[in-house]
Design a protein around this ligand. Structure first.
Ligand SMILES: NC(=O)c1ccc[n+]([C@@H]2O[C@H](COP(=O)([O-])OP(=O)(O)OC[C@H]3O[C@@H](n4cnc5c(N)ncnc54)[C@H](O)[C@@H]3O)[C@@H](O)[C@H]2O)c1
Length: 289
């Protein structure tokens, strides 16, 4: 959308006339971002795998989840395109984004949000687990950026937001692939920010703490948090989850990450690029810088 067209839509929501692409948009944080950007005027394009992965021990989103997000976006009066595809597939991501431009007119905002969490020891980690985690969490972010960046550069406007993690700025034992991939997302995004700075496109990272979604509320993570218990419950893991933060809360809501997404997409953030915003209940107070 041109700047004149954007100006003419003032009053219709700050993102009126914008198109936001969200990977991993079927549920969780991706759904929250989709709904709020739609409420504030954006049309939405979602991509999600909607199928489980071999090395991920909790269920990923389903086709029904994706359809529900589409329904909720459309209930906000916005257009919504949804495709089932894997962020690891560059050709599929390019075809998806080109299709979005053809159908909705542009791609102005990219939220590279799709991700998986896996656990394993460096002593005996399966090679497939390593590569699946890095391929989804890091190469998947690259693929989404690669698919969208040329369109944004041509439009001389764009907002790229990559979702890392507090584990992309620190570390815990038994999640080396997740940590490595999320640290990598920050380096990737900073390089893209530098390149795209000359074309009106910003690129930033959000590093969430524990966010209350299916990624943390599952047997795998509960078992890691409370190895002393056979079947730990949500109440059992609240204490160890809280210890990962500084503020005394075990997890935040997806909408708290969405607030940072909205800010980074706003005109007020036009001169913020290459940054990492921590939405982590103070966990970043422990980091060196
Ligand atoms: N939940 C947390 O505590 C937490 C903390 C820090 C960072 N994060 C990050 O936030 C992002 C969103 O996670 P969430 O908490 O909403 O979890 P989630 O599991 O609910 O959402 C992740 C989404 O990504 C999709 N997905 C996974 N692999 C995919 C692939 N190969 N191709 C396309 N889609 C794929 C899933 O189907 C799911 O819909 C992830 O990048 C995650 O690593 C989460």
């Amino acid at each position: 959308m041109s700047q004149d067209a954007a100006a003419s839509q003032v009053g219709a929501g700050q993102f009126a006339g914008r198109v936001a692409v969200i990977t991993g948009g079927a549920r969780g944080q991706g759904r929250s971002h989709a709904l709020e950007l739609a409420r504030q005027g954006a049309d939405i394009a979602l991509v999600d795998r909607c199928a489980d992965l071999d090395t991920v021990t909790y269920p990923l989103a389903t086709s029904d989840d994706l359809a529900e997000t589409v329904r909720l976006v459309e209930a906000e009066g916005r257009r919504c395109v949804a495709v089932e595809a894997d962020v690891r597939d560059l050709d599929a991501m390019v075809a998806f984004v080109d299709g979005v431009v053809a159908e909705l007119g542009s791609v102005d905002i990219l939220i590279a949000n799709a991700g998986i969490s896996t656990l394993g020891s460096i002593v005996d980690m399966d090679a497939t687990q390593w590569s699946e985690t890095v391929d989804v969490n890091l190469t998947g972010v690259f693929n989404a950026m690669r698919a969208a960046a040329a369109h944004m550069r041509r439009n001389r406007w764009g907002r790229i937001i990559a979702i890392s993690s507090m584990m992309g700025r620190s570390a815990n034992p038994l999640i080396p692939a997740y940590c490595a991939s999320k640290w990598g997302v920050i380096g990737l995004t900073k390089s893209v920010a530098h390149e795209m700075a000359y074309f009106g496109v910003t690129a930033n990272v959000i590093a969430p703490g524990n966010i209350s979604t299916d990624m943390i509320h599952n047997d795998m993570l509960y078992g890691l948090m409370r190895p002393d218990l056979e079947s730990p419950t949500k109440e059992d893991v609240a204490g160890p989850m809280t210890s990962l933060h500084v503020q005394p809360v075990p997890w935040l809501e997806p909408e708290e990450v969405t607030a940072a997404v909205v800010f980074l997409c706003s005109e007020g953030a036009r001169h913020i690029t290459g940054s990492v915003i921590d939405v982590d209940a103070g966990a970043s107070a422990r980091f060196t810088a």
